[in-house]
Design a protein around this ligand. Structure first.
Ligand code: ATP
Ligand code: MG
Ligand code: MG
Ligand code: MG
Length: 473
């Protein structure tokens, strides 16, 4: 019998508990006191206060499963086997306590010992930073043959300023049959851009402070920061083709099949991508709204709007005509109930928010799609390949299509979008709106008699203001 995702998450936490770690719950997806981040995107993101010494933790050893959102991976969802917009990062952390010689053998023990996951050692590969001879020696001492250790220049964790250091990554060889590249392709190695070697765990040896002047100096204490994607690990253990056939996603996909016009997952092609996008986005928006985010036209809210609308368009592709994403919330809630019971507790609210966003978009979705399709057909007839900026802007402004969505639909048909033209249209609208606001303010200070004149028919500020209101609701 294969381990379930719930069992695997718990085993990770239990393993590090047995190594003296304090088990902490996931923090919210919405950063607290951290203007540098839109979303919590890793386990360490909520623990920076310990790493930089602002707060001293009770126990310098911490382990958690942290909810994470990465919008930079939106376009990868459904295309690669391993990228999601929402995932859980399993982590163990040392705040000035243990370092390389403990963390490397522990990672190996958890992955390969029969008492824990018992993975096949032959399928595991590691990468190290070329100058980090300690890490390489420690892996060899732990039992990894030199032929499974790759030196990769990228293995240095650095965010410009602040804590940084070399890292080591662990990969699982899924086999050449899952690869998108030929066996002899130069990118076909652990750490290369391929679908064969799946990065499962990243271990950062956070030992330097990257100063504003570019120098690297030793930190007062050395930290360990690790992150392993739960969904990737579950996929390896459950032996699935991608992350999406695991018990974390399959019930969502099955429920989507039921809602669709007789479509079934696993036929290959673009419909499978649609199922995956919907399953991924259902989890992301459910958890984000559960943590207090709401759709809007800015920042986090814009990300939610983009995800919900992208899911809606992919639903159309599967023949789903009505709001449906909200119906997947209880499915997500049931899958996650053992570790995140709050989802089912808050599901009525989460569903209401998603449904109202879906209903709102439904009013313009079909008209927008038909405008875009007509435009594309027209372009193709003329042998052209670029959607004009004005059309992309109209799709956004009148039909609620986030421009990224327009780009994606067009690119499915080999067509580009004139982004510069789109930005110019957007900027022109902002200028109109600003001018209108200026007029409106000066109106307020004008003489009452002037204000009373009802025939100011040339004054177009109010309609512009209304457009502006639509933009920023
Ligand atoms: P990749 O190279 O596959 O994009 P990464 O190097 O960007 O991964 P890290 O920043 O090292 O990822 O994050 C630590 C771990 O979190 C990864 O080893 C992986 O298991 C998991 N992870 C990262 N991004 C994603 C994602 N978009 N979806 C699912 N899991 C992820
Ligand atoms: Mg990445
Ligand atoms: Mg990587
Ligand atoms: Mg990595």
């Amino acid at each position: 019998k294969k381990l379930s995702s719930g069992e695997i998450r718990q085993m990770f936490l239990d393993f590090f508990k047995s190594k003296g770690h304090a088990v902490e719950p996931s923090a919210s997806l919405i950063p607290v006191d951290d203007p540098t981040l839109l979303w919590i995107n890793s386990g360490v993101a909520t623990l920076k206060k310990y790493f930089d010494g602002t707060v001293v933790p009770k126990n310098p050893r911490i382990t958690n499963a942290q909810k994470s959102i990465r919008t930079n991976d939106i376009e990868n969802v459904g295309k690669t086997a391993r990228h999601l917009t929402f995932f859980e990062m399993l982590g163990n952390f040392s705040v000035g306590d243990y370092f390389k010689k403990e963390v490397i053998p522990w990672a190996w023990e958890f992955l390969t010992s029969d008492q824990w996951l018992g993975l096949d050692k032959d399928k595991l590969y590691v990468t190290v930073y070329p100058k980090d001879k300690d890490a390489k020696a420690l892996w060899e001492k732990t039992g990894v043959p030199a032929s499974h250790i790759y030196e990769v220049e990228d293995n240095f964790w650095d965010i410009g300023e602040g804590p940084s250091g070399p890292d080591t990554e662990i990969f699982y060889d899924r086999g050449q049959s899952f690869n998108n590249l030929a066996e002899d392709d130069p990118e076909n190695y652990p750490g290369g851009e391929n679908e064969r070697y799946e990065e499962i765990w990243n271990i950062v040896f956070s030992q330097y402070n990257h100063l504003p002047d570019g120098r690297y100096v030793d930190q007062p204490h050395k930290n360990i920061d690790t992150g392993m994607g739960l969904e990737r690990l579950v996929s390896v253990i459950q032996g699935t083709k991608t992350n999406f056939e695991t018990d974390l996603f399959l019930p969502i996909i099955k429920a989507t099949e039921q809602l669709s016009a007789g479509k079934t997952y696993g036929q290959g092609g673009r419909d499978d991508v649609a199922f995956k996008i919907i399953a991924d986005h259902a989890r992301t928006v459910t958890f984000a709204i559960g943590d207090g985010a709401l759709p809007s036209n800015e920042g986090r809210g814009y990300v939610l709007r983009r995800l919900i609308r992208r899911a809606a368009v992919n639903g159309r592709r599967l023949g789903i005509k009505e709001a449906f994403l909200y119906k997947l919330v209880p499915v997500v809630g049931d899958i996650m109930a053992s570790y995140y019971p709050e989802i089912n507790r808050n599901k009525a609210f989460i569903q209401k928010v998603i449904r109202s966003e879906e209903d709102r978009f439904a009013e313009t979705l079909d008209a927008g799609l038909s405008l875009l399709n007509q435009t594309i057909t027209g372009l193709k007839a003329k042998g052209e390949t670029v959607v004009p900026g004005a059309t992309a802007f109209k799709l956004f402004d009148t039909f609620g299509f986030p421009v990224e969505l327009t780009k994606e639909i067009a690119s499915d048909q080999g067509i580009d979008v004139d982004m510069k033209g789109y930005e110019e249209n957007m900027e022109a609208q902002r200028t109109r709106a600003r001018a209108a606001r200026g007029d409106a303010q000066s109106m307020g200070s004008q003489d009452k008699t002037l204000m009373a004149i009802k025939t100011a028919s040339k004054f177009t500020g109010w309609t512009d203001l209304q457009d502006d209101a639509k933009l920023t609701d």
